[in-house]
Each structure stands twice: as structure tokens, then as C-alpha cells.
Design a protein around this ligand. Structure first.
Ligand code: SF4
Ligand code: SF4
Length: 84
């Protein structure tokens, strides 16, 4: 039997606010996180990162519910969400 141990940031049901952090230099601009965020927290930046991609960035950070969907769909694993 295999045990799956989650070692990422711990989320709590009682946290009032959540903070989403994107490593913009590692983002490939695929926009999956933007499309799947149910609260429309993220948007595509007008600017390019050093690799030439329009990276994702928070547009409505106060709307983040900490659902973690963006972290699950990001193929580059460059999104972290923390309780505040
Ligand atoms: S944690 Fe959920 S609500 Fe917050 S930015 Fe990610 S997908 Fe959107
Ligand atoms: S899913 Fe990941 S790689 Fe794609 S735009 Fe969002 S942060 Fe960038």
C-alpha cells in the first residue's frame, strides 16, 4: 500500500485571506491557471518575462478563496497559495 504525504503549504478552513504567489520568471504563459480560477483572480500580464512569455499575475488577489485549483493545473508548478 502506498501512502501519499502532502508536504505543501497547509490550508485551513478558517483562514480569512489567501495569498497567491507566482514565480513569474518560470511561468510559460499557458494561461491554464487563468482559465481555471473560479474567482477570476489571475490575468495575463502585459509584460514579458525573460523567457519571452506573458506571465500570469494576480489581478483580484482579494478574491482568492485558497481553493488551490491554480496550483493543480499549472504544468510548471510555479504557483503557491498561502493562508494569511
Ligand atoms: S487558489 Fe483558487 S481562487 Fe485562488 S487564485 Fe488559485 S484558483 Fe483562483
Ligand atoms: S498555469 Fe503556470 S505556466 Fe501556465 S500561465 Fe499559469 S503560472 Fe504560468
Amino acid at each position: 500500500m502506498t501512502a501519499i504525504i502532502y508536504t505543501g503549504p497547509l490550508m485551513t478552513k478558517t483562514a480569512a485571506k489567501h495569498r497567491v504567489i507566482i514565480d513569474t520568471e518560470m511561468c510559460k504563459g499557458c494561461t491554464l491557471c487563468i482559465a481555471y480560477c473560479p474567482k477570476k483572480v489571475l490575468k495575463e500580464s502585459e509584460h514579458l518575462n525573460k523567457a519571452g512569455y506573458h506571465y500570469a499575475e494576480p489581478e483580484n488577489p482579494d478574491q482568492c478563496t485558497g481553493c488551490l485549483i491554480c496550483t493543480l493545473v499549472c504544468p510548471e508548478v510555479v504557483i503557491e497559495v498561502y493562508d494569511e
